[in-house]
Write a protein that binds this ligand. Structure first.
Ligand code: SAM
Length: 278
């Protein structure tokens, strides 16, 4: 008996706000597949109606990912083509996708990415912060220990950092970042591709000031940690170390705090030293 040909899994990016942000190829694929697996079928139905596409929809979200993966694999094995979409943007990026993609690879089912919108990339490219090297950390964990570890990673990271955040957790996240970012640049990209699209740029203090009661979807882009100040401190006298921060326009109190941190000594020791030498 001739072996039946397997279907293919298309991982299709959909708009992150503006419904026009879908590629011709994505539309073609959505028209041609046998089934569309969608994170929220009602949400995807709106997009399909806009595109005048009528297709069987299967719900595929975080809470049924394991069971539905088996269902979809069976259909793919039988030769049906499946398009995987999420509510917005690129599936698999802080959205379901990983599980079925890995299983398809194991079962030698072809996985075809159909490129399109992704919030982190659009926030990054218009942020004005270096795009040369970057790290995407998704949402900061809520678990205290894991969150602390991630914040430590951000504190020392020598690459641009991208974070997703929900509006109701923004203030909490900005406060946590305040403790580690000092005067690094940060950009809050909000409501990308939508009517109220906005980029708020500044230091963490400036962002906190401007972000009260902010609503909508948002991405944070954080400048890399430019210099490892501990290294600098090893080659500078205390006076030179002070002048280094003074040139950055910092106030005395902040300078003393940073010197103490760089040199891993108590703030009072630095104060005492300055008073003795005045
Ligand atoms: N898969 C999506 C992507 O490709 O970007 C991300 C899905 S994740 C569940 C949702 C988060 O993405 C939001 O909380 C927000 O941080 C970010 N996001 C999605 N759409 C956005 C938009 N239009 N403007 C700003 N951020 C957006």
């Amino acid at each position: 008996m001739e072996k039946e040909e397997k279907g293919e899994l298309f991982v299709v990016a959909t708009p992150i706000g503006n419904l026009e942000d879908i590629t011709l190829r994505a539309i073609q694929v959505l028209k041609e597949v046998d089934i569309i697996a969608a994170e929220d079928t009602r949400h995807t139905l709106k997009l399909l109606n806009h595109l005048e596409i009528s297709k069987p929809l299967i719900s595929y979200h975080r809470h049924n990912e394991e069971i539905k993966t088996d269902d979809l694999l069976e259909k793919l094995e039988q030769g049906q083509n499946v398009a995987l979409v999420s509510d917005a943007g690129t599936p698999g990026i802080c959205d379901p996708g990983e599980v079925i993609i890995q299983k398809c690879i194991e079962k030698k089912i072809k996985v075809i990415p159909i490129p399109g919108a992704c919030a982190m990339i659009n926030a990054l490219i218009a942020s004005g912060i270096s795009t040369k090297e970057f790290v995407f950390l998704g949402f900061l964990p809520l678990n205290k220990k894991l969150r602390k570890e991630k914040l430590k990673e951000i504190e020392t990271c020598k690459k641009t950092i991208i974070l997703y955040e929900a509006p109701h957790k923004l203030v909490h996240t900005l406060q946590d970042l305040k403790d580690i970012l000092e005067n690094r640049k940060i950009v809050l990209a909000r409501e990308l591709t939508k009517i109220h699209e906005e980029f708020i740029r500044g230091t963490i203090d400036e962002i906190i000031e401007k972000s009260e009661n902010l609503k909508g979807e948002m991405v944070l882009i954080i400048e890399k940690n430019e210099e490892k100040n501990e290294d600098i401190s090893q080659n500078l006298t205390l006076q030179e170390h002070y002048q280094f921060y003074e040139r950055q326009g910092l106030e005395k109190k902040e300078i003393i705090k940073r010197i103490a941190k760089d040199r891993k000594v108590n703030k009072n020791e630095i104060y005492k030293n300055f008073i003795e030498h005045q």
